[in-house]
Design a protein around this ligand. Sequence first.
Ligand SMILES: [Mg+2]
Length: 324
Amino acid sequence: MQIYHIPWIYTPVRTVLAIWHQLTKTEIIELTKGSVMMRERSRVEDTIYAMQKAGPGSLQVISDFDMTLTRFAHKGKRLPTTHNILNNRLLINEDSTKKMKELLNTYYPIEIDPSLSREEKLPYMVTWWTEVHELLIQQRIRKDMLAQVVRESSAMLREGYRVFFDCLAEHRVPLLIFSAGVGDVLEEVIRQNDVFHPNLHIISNYMDFDHTGVLQAFKGQLIHSYNKRDVALSHATALRELHGRPNVLLLGDSLGDLNMAEGVSEAQNILTVGFLNDQVEERKESYINSFDIVLLKDETMDIPNVILRHIVSPEMASKVQRKK
Ligand SMILES: [Mg+2]
């Protein structure tokens, strides 16, 4: 038709198409909640749509464990990390409990201090982890007691955890748990919550027991909260199942967790979600500058679950949220 040869018609047509695209684009309503902070909302949504387009076959999830998959607090009470779960009289004596507490009081403020750089924190973290592990080894912890201390602990996975773990397993999306905690303990927490699925991969500090089942050392390279970059790079080639999955959803609660995706080769889209559990006002700015999405004192998996729903079953997600 003659009309297509008139150049001025293209611009209005293109504008109409752009408006149509904006109108029909789904909006992720849950991201408008007051506890969700984003530096750039449109970038977050565009990344989710790009991941949706590529589908679950291109996705991998990399998550920290302590205070990311587990709750930070419940009914106003702090909940334990995997190291703190071991702080049970069945395993360690009063004197060691006291020493571990002193170490926590000395080094935790350094770990979360926003005025210190990663390099400045590094030596303190190595000292903290090494001393705690030394204490645990001295206490001759027994492997056969681990299940019981996990049962007796107040540790809880975040609300909505079952949807998260089951959804990833159902869609065969690998979940790499990358933890500076204690691997044997975190495995037990996951097992006792019935979500230890075959799509799980774990990188953590594992205990080395002697032939009688008594702790004698920790295996391999020490992982603390600020060397996840080096550890990620050294494991990169071993995690074959994660190859060919260029889209990454990364979950963490510490700025050091942002380096967990460092070993992903040819990453295309990386969406980072940070749980800001503690010292919210002091750390808000640095978190918003570092993570794509920051969740303020949110003890649930709601936002990661919403993101996953958009990626694995876009029809279902858009049906309820299509912009009117
Ligand atoms: Mg953590």
